[in-house]
Ligand binder design. Structure first.
Ligand SMILES: C[S@@+](CC[C@H](N)C(=O)[O-])C[C@H]1O[C@@H](n2cnc3c(N)ncnc32)[C@H](O)[C@@H]1O
Length: 314
């Protein structure tokens, strides 16, 4: 699975396998030839004042994104894909879903939305004045062509009832579902990378490798280029090289470039700890976790409201 003798280059070239550029994606993209990349996958800064970003007015942020997206469109192969993973911009308690405001930027370039994948996860800020945000989306765009690359078989997941058979008609007795598994759908339940996750680094919002592996396996073939303009800790390159694709990315912050380099080297050596792509999420009930007994179950008199509310649930 791993390629042992590869070099990490800092400039894009068609003979390279891995390119890690320290600097702005605007400079990096300008050095990539037209129509050379099969998959562009990224999570841009959301302009919410994280340590690596300066909060700017939404209009200015969108202008900057527009320029970068147009460069991504230029370097995309005709049968390639762009996956832009975003959440919400939050302004004074009001949320702006970034996929909604970025959608016209992509369609203005004649790109077609194939899926709006909902990535659902369990961990994040606990809000007190609105419901806590527990999903983000991946907008998947291609060009207006029927011939975009999409390989479903490598990303199929087990069916709920894999042993189900037709009980009547000409196929009676045969399995009624695809033996290779089912389409994973457009709602993906993948744990986000928070404190106890095996992939956690010092970055506040890295991709889980499994999220990107699903995109890499379905939207590229071996040896194709996967590009992440906002690379962070190098997850997109890690996902690419784990499946014999080539990976390139830009990152402005040197501390994340260094983390990315280490993770890429570990991925090449086969020592990087990664949560398996289709591992089901942790179920405390199934795991027999001792922490699942709620206080109101033990001392109902101290928690009358909760005991009443929760006891009535189906
Ligand atoms: C949301 S994070 C991406 C994290 C990444 N998906 C990962 O798995 O680690 C966005 C990253 O973009 C970087 N960044 C911000 N502006 C940039 C620019 N103009 N060019 C390249 N990287 C930039 C930030 O430093 C940050 O690490």
């Amino acid at each position: 699975m791993f390629i042992n003798d590869i070099n990490i280059s800092n400039s894009y070239g068609d003979d390279e396998k891995i390119v890690l550029y320290h600097g702005s994606c605007m400079d990096f993209l300008s050095r990539i030839p037209d129509k050379s990349i099969q998959l562009i996958v990224t999570s841009p800064p959301y302009n919410i004042g994280k340590e690596y970003e300066k909060k700017m007015k939404l209009e200015k942020y969108l202008e900057q994104q527009k320029y970068i997206i147009s460069q991504c469109d230029r370097v995309l192969k005709d049968n390639g894909s762009i996956c832009w993973q975003v959440g919400n911009y939050v302004d004074n308690g009001s949320i702006v879903p970034l996929d909604v405001v970025l959608y016209p930027v992509f369609t203005g370039l004649d790109l077609v939305l194939r899926n709006r994948i909902i990535w659902h996860f369990e961990h994040g800020l606990h809000c007190s004045k609105r419901f806590s945000g527990r999903y983000e989306s991946v907008m998947w765009f291609t060009r207006k062509t029927k011939h975009y690359l999409f390989n479903l078989d490598p990303v199929r997941v087990p069916q709920k009832y894999p042993g189900k058979k037709y009980f009547k008609g000409p196929k009676a007795g045969q399995y009624s579902c695809n033996p290779l598994g089912k389409n994973p759908g457009d709602v993906w339940d993948i744990p986000n990378v928070k404190s106890n996750h095996v992939e956690k680094t010092d970055h506040p919002c890295q991709f889980p490798v499994g999220l990107i592996e699903r995109l890499v396996l379905s939207m590229t073939n071996e040896d194709d280029w996967v590009l992440d303009p906002f690379l962070g800790t190098g997850t997109s390159i890690v996902a690419a090289i784990r499946h014999k694709r080539r990976g390139a990315g830009a990152e402005t912050e040197i501390k994340y470039v260094n983390i990315a380099k280490t993770r890429i080297q570990e991925a090449i050596a086969g020592t990087l700890q990664v949560r398996p792509m289709n591992k089901p999420k942790y179920d405390p009930n199934a795991a027999g976790n001792k922490l699942i007994t709620a206080p109101w179950e033990k001392h109902k008199e101290d928690y009358p409201a909760q005991a009443d509310l929760f006891d009535k649930r189906e």
